[in-house]
Design a protein around this ligand. Structure first.
Ligand SMILES: Cc1cc2nc3c(=O)[nH]c(=O)nc-3n(C[C@H](O)[C@H](O)[C@H](O)COP(=O)(O)O)c2cc1C
Length: 354
């Protein structure tokens, strides 16, 4: 059991004073964990690999980061182990996020993740991808609350570290008809709490909404009021100001940043500084972005070979934004056939800025 959620009222923040002077403590099943940073970096499949996490850490050294989601059954079959490799050597807290619909496979995967150095285990009950939800994993578990509870119980019994769940407001609805959706979300989240989840992260959209519309922070507030365990608000936290507003509106114990960090790994650190009352670091300018893009590309290629260029292209496209010539540069980068060609383009763009 957890929990120390004491904090000043987010509705009356004092400039310069930290919004959350105390760390968030999760007692686990024998191994306690303390979250010193109230801004969490979301799991992003295909994005939040080790190299991305290392960039995020530069701005947010104490933030809880997540692996990309790991399929428990695949892990059993020997695939996906790469995502657990070297966790123990990574600086700062890393949660391993698991998904599956089989309690025993989830428990076994959680044991492996704990042995690999996971800070905590997070269960994905929010992924809207059809292939996953149809099989009963990710957001599919929202429609199977009894199975979801059995999964939480099995995982919590398997490990000593805390077990958390990341989910959505519901399977369908959301947006317009708030009140009714809130009641469903409250019931769903309380079931997860009763099953033994020690913290929930709630994305303020339903499965049906996917990533469209606006995240409903008021619905998150309704859930927060009904829970004893801490709640992290997620959805549309795209700036330090949004982080503050989201906390004020939701009363949550922290926020999780997601898509806003793609091409902007500094967002979590900037938001954390704002909540802590520290000076907010400046957003890197064009030259720094180009250097970062080159560094990320080189690290990706060094770790996994030239075929990582495909992944690097995505990151370069997000990072090379908002400066003169950026659209043309992105266009050329998407067509670069080799990492060397892409690096040459980045170097030329940097020289043109100087
Ligand atoms: C490319 C991408 C990959 C994602 N992968 C995961 C994942 O592996 N696990 C998960 O729980 N959520 C995943 N999400 C959802 C995000 O973690 C987050 O909940 C969502 O984007 C809402 O936050 P935002 O509005 O700040 O982006 C993913 C989202 C995107 C866009």
């Amino acid at each position: 059991m957890l929990l120390s959620t004491s904090r000043p009222k987010p509705s009356s923040p004092v400039a310069g004073a930290p919004l959350f002077p105390q760390p968030l403590r999760l007692h686990g099943n024998g191994v306690e964990r303390a979250l010193r940073c109230r801004v969490l970096q979301s799991p992003l499949a295909g994005v939040s690999d080790r190299i991305f996490r290392e960039l995020v850490r530069r701005w947010a050294p104490e933030a809880l980061l997540y692996t990309e989601m790991v399929n428990a059954t695949s892990l059993e079959l020997g695939h996906g182990r790469l995502k657990l490799e070297d966790l123990a050597t990574e600086a700062g807290p890393i949660a391993v996020q698991l998904f599956d619909h089989r309690p025993a496979a989830m428990a076994e995967a959680a044991r492996r993740a704990e042995a690999a150095g996971a800070f905590l285990i997070d269960i994905n009950m929010g992924c809207p991808v059809k292939k996953i939800a149809r099989k009963g994993g990710g957001s599919g578990l929202i429609r199977e609350p009894e199975l979801a509870a059995r999964i939480v119980e099995a995982v919590a019994a398997a490990v000593a570290i805390p077990v958390t769940v990341k989910t959505r407001l519901g399977w369908c609805g959301g947006g317009v008809q708030a009140g009714a959706a809130d009641a469903g979300a409250v019931r769903w989240c309380r079931q997860l709490e009763q099953a033994g989840a020690q913290l929930l992260t709630l994305h303020g959209r339903s499965r049906e909404q996917g990533f469209s519309g606006r995240a409903d922070w008021a619905a998150i507030a309704a859930v927060k009021r009904s829970l004893v365990i801490p709640l992290i608000a997620n959805g549309d936290v795209n700036s330090p100001e949004a982080a503050r507003r989201c906390l004020q509106q939701s009363g949550a114990d922290g926020v999780m940043v997601g898509r806003g960090t793609m091409g902007a790994p500094w967002l979590g650190g900037k938001s954390a500084a704002a909540l802590d009352g520290r000076p907010v670091p400046p957003t890197p300018g064009p030259a720094e972005r180009l250097a970062l893009a080159a560094e990320q590309l080189q690290a990706l290629v060094a770790s996994r070979g030239e075929r990582r260029l495909l992944i690097a292209r995505k990151h370069m496209g997000w990072t090379c934004q908002r400066f003169a010539g950026a659209p043309q540069l992105r266009h050329a980068l998407m067509r670069a056939a080799t990492p060397a060609e892409a690096l040459e383009l980045l170097a030329r763009a940097a020289a043109a800025l100087a």
